[in-house]
Design a protein around this ligand. Structure first.
Ligand code: GLC
Length: 802
């Protein structure tokens, strides 16, 4: 069963059946102002932080589902009938009204056709302004004139998510509204500059600022009193819950279209007036839309592929890059699941996200990498979750102490100790730094001087190079090993629910190996032979440990508990085979050939499902606290034997490392959301976004996808598909094309921009191989490698596999 389709031409996903089983979301805003919004205009917006500066309120995980949002109501004055421009909140029967929702790149559009009135509500946050624009067009497609009214509705928030949800004896008296010059101003009394405005490009005939006025007692957004009666109350108040309702009566002649634009923005009434004046020139609106489209054009044009798989093309060319960009922007903490109670940077998540898109967003990746390096301790572990502002000099006027203002970091508590350190966190940063340097050619980045988190907080003036930060990370993992020589698991490794403490983690040793080889490659390029030798030796030792201590005969162990029990061995009844250790033993290059081959076969045999690979199997049913919280999670959900999406691309990349293009693609296709567009009765969630996990076979809802957008599988799927399957890898001094594809792929094309030059790549596979390059021809000249060309130039690359 399907609810929509991919419109690649317009780069939109079109939902033509809006009665979805769950919210399908989109992200607006690419700078400071942002919104998460669903297919029925439900959602919330915030300025910079969803925890401390929410502009509109949202009742997540509630009923009616995912309200409120940014609603537009239309009312027919002839008979009082009313409906909403998005299907919810009024929810007209779909037998009488036609609704569509179109999610595009940083905008969403709601279309409605009801009783001959067609409307379109477009939601966008333009670049350069902190305003959410609601652009509404209403057309009369009937033969006679229609007398209509339009109403808007949004609910203001008390800024801080906690204040929004508790201690109402305080919070209810902290916000006030006023109305003047057609603009509603919302004032957060607790804050010095806590103002929002809501304006329109027309002179309103009525307004409401009090939620209770607009909705009326015992009404909801479905049947708001002001819309039912056609009359706003026009009052303001200091204290209470506030809303933004601006209404207008209008008449449409047959065929006539009217346009109404609303502005929800950060700042005072004067700012609202400025924005209103700016966009009074409608051309400026069109400019803003074009600017945003060009912003995405520039990103998407960095790599455009054309392969035999339509799903891969659509995902890589549009949605997967979009998701990866959103993860780097929002660092996981704004969605309908993560509703804003946690913000900051999750060390490991951000480190991985930043690795995946240095070609389309080098500045943001660099910013994230630097923030993470500043969040590194001199001991060599990263702060698991932190706010980058803690390590920035604060300038400007200090806000007075208020419950809604971002609290200043408490110096005595922000540096957590080793017991709260995760063993993998900072290791992810090493390849991210190397990828960044390879993509940009910015070798000097390695020498950039940066502080450390702990010494910064202690007021010490210590800075070291990025390169030295990397060494501390690698040294930390070399020291933190358990009895068998495998890295300790500490509070958790990548798997949050595997809490091994002093027990040992195969994944982390493999990751250590990968990070070491990445670092050695950099050290070679920077000509630092002493480090090449030293870290090369450590790598050789780690490899030895992985192949001896961690090999179980058919696959690699997942680790050891603190008392020395094996995890993930053939004798285990539960959690016998794990994905992470096997994928990483191969992907890191540590696994010896034969062991790697067997481990890959075991992953395919034991972990593969039509929805992707299980994280582990069989599911745990017996709590075992030496292994961790994973044994207390329901079978088939989250880390306990679900198809946890994030490590799936690791298995795909592992298959590529062993030349198994058939398996890589089999794994890729299983997880690829595009290919589940017609199976929404099972998938439930959106097919244009990777989700955090898919319920595993031990769960009654096997195949149901959960938590869209904010997942490491976004970036990793992009990274694996482009670097490993299609094999397009930037190097320090070259671009490599070394695909690993199914044997029946005859050819594919890719246009890749690299250091400003454009490479038109055509790969042919006349012998039907899965891996191996026989010939490279650049601009009609056979070459050994593809060189870095001058920025602005264009080149053709013919690669013949065989
Ligand atoms: C979530 C967390 C991530 C963790 C993963 C597996 O996605 O954000 O940090 O690695 O779960 O536990």
């Amino acid at each position: 069963m399907r609810y929509g389709y991919f419109d690649n031409e317009r780069r939109e996903y079109v939902i033509d059946r809006v009665d979805l089983p769950t919210s399908w979301t989109n992200y607006l805003g690419v700078e400071d102002m942002a919104a998460v919004i669903n297919h029925t205009a439900g959602g919330y917006c915030f300025y910079r932080t969803p925890e401390y500066h929410r502009i509109s309120r949202f009742r997540g995980n509630s009923v009616p589902m995912d309200r409120p949002g940014f609603y537009v109501y239309l009312r027919d004055r002839a008979d009082g009938d009313y409906w909403s421009a998005s299907w919810q909140p009024v929810g007209k029967p779909l037998t009488r009204a036609t609704y569509k929702a179109r999610h595009g790149l940083s905008y969403s559009v709601y279309e409605c056709d009801y009783r001959g009135i067609y409307s379109e509500q477009r939601m966008t946050i333009p670049r350069g302004e902190n305003v959410l624009i609601w652009d509404v067009k209403v057309t009369n497609n009937t033969a006679g004139p229609r007398q209509l009214s339009i109403f808007s509705y949004l609910e203001f928030s008390f800024h801080h998510i906690m204040i929004d949800n508790q201690n109402f004896q305080m919070s209810l008296y902290c916000a006030g509204s006023s109305y003047e010059d057609g603009i509603i101003e919302e004032d957060l009394f607790y804050e010095q500059e806590g103002y929002q405005y809501f304006a329109s490009d027309f002179t309103p005939d009525g307004f409401d600022t009090l939620r209770s006025d607009f909705l009326g007692t015992y009404h909801t957004e479905t049947d708001p009193d002001s819309v039912v009666t056609g009359k706003c109350k026009g009052t303001t108040e200091l204290g209470g819950n506030h809303c933004g309702t601006l209404m207008k009566d209008f008449t449409l002649q047959p065929g006539e279209t009217a346009r109404f634009v609303y502005f929800l923005g950060e700042g005072r009434r004067a700012e609202g007036a400025r924005i209103r004046a700016k966009y009074a020139d409608r051309g400026r609106l069109e400019d803003a839309y074009r600017d945003l489209a060009e912003y995405w054009d520039r990103k998407l044009s960095k790599l455009v592929i054309d392969t035999p798989d339509a799903g891969m093309n659509t995902m890589i060319n549009i949605w997967n890059l979009y998701q990866s960009e959103i993860n780097v922007m929002f660092s996981r903490f704004a969605s309908f699941i993560e509703v804003g109670g946690r913000v900051g940077l999750g060390y490991r998540d951000t480190a991985q996200d930043a690795m995946t898109i240095p070609h389309s967003n080098p500045d943001k990746c660099r910013q994230r990498i630097i923030e993470l390096l500043k969040g590194l301790t001199t001991t060599g572990y990263g702060l698991h979750l932190f706010q980058p502002e803690w390590f920035e000099e604060q300038t400007g006027v200090k806000p007075f102490k208020s419950p809604t203002v971002i609290p200043e970091a408490d110096k005595s508590t922000v540096i957590h100790g080793l017991k709260d350190a995760c063993s993998d966190d900072a290791l992810w940063l090493i390849p991210s730094i190397v990828e960044y340097i390879k993509e940009t050619g910015d070798l000097a980045f390695a020498d950039l001087q940066l502080p450390y988190a702990d010494t910064y907080m202690e007021g010490k003036d210590l800075t070291e190079s990025v390169y030295d930060h990397m060494k501390r990370i690698l040294d930390f993992s070399a020291e933190q090993v358990g009895q068998t020589g495998v890295c300790k698991g500490l509070r958790a490794d990548w798997n949050d629910c595997l809490n091994l403490g002093g027990g040992e983690s195969a994944l982390v040793s493999c990751l250590h190996y990968w990070a070491l080889t990445n670092f050695v490659e950099l050290a070679v390029r920077l000509d630092r032979p002493e480090d090449v030798r030293r870290y090369g030796e450590i790598a050789a030792h780690v490899k030895e440990v992985i192949n001896t201590v961690l090999w179980d005969g058919e696959w690699f162990l997942r680790g050891f508990t603190v008392s020395g029990r094996k995890i993930g061995c053939s004798a285990d009844r539960e959690g016998r085979v794990h994905l992470e250790s096997n994928a990483w033993a191969i992907l890191s290059g540590a696994a010896e050939e034969e062991k790697g081959r067997k481990a890959l076969e075991s992953m395919d045999r034991y972990l593969y499902t039509p929805y992707g690979l299980l994280l582990n199997t069989p599911a745990y049913t017996v709590p075992d606290d030496e292994i961790g919280f994973v044994t207390r999670v329901y079978p088939g959900l989250k880390e306990n034997s679900s198809v946890f999406s994030h490590p799936n691309p690791w298995a795909q990349a592992a298959a590529c490392r062993l030349g198994r293009g058939d398996l890589a693609m089999k794994f890729y296709l299983a997880l690829c959301p595009y290919h589940q567009n017609d199976r929404i009765e099972t998938r439930v969630s959106e097919p244009y976004s990777y989700c955090q996990f898919i319920a595993g076979k031990d769960h009654a809802k096997f195949g149901r996808a959960h938590h869209p957008f904010m997942t490491g599988s976004g970036g990793w799927s992009y990274f694996t598909a482009t670097r490993y399957i299609l094999g397009l890898k930037p190097g320090f001094d070259e671009l490599t094309v070394d695909p690993c594809i199914p044997a029946d792929w005859k050819e594919f094309r890719a246009q890749r921009s690299f250091r400003g030059a454009t490479y038109d790549i055509h790969v042919t596979n006349p012998d039907g191989v899965m891996k191996g390059v026989k010939e490279i021809v650049v601009d009609a000249v056979p070459m050994e490698r593809i060189p870095v060309f001058e920025a602005g130039t264009k080149h053709t690359v013919e690669v013949r596999m065989g």
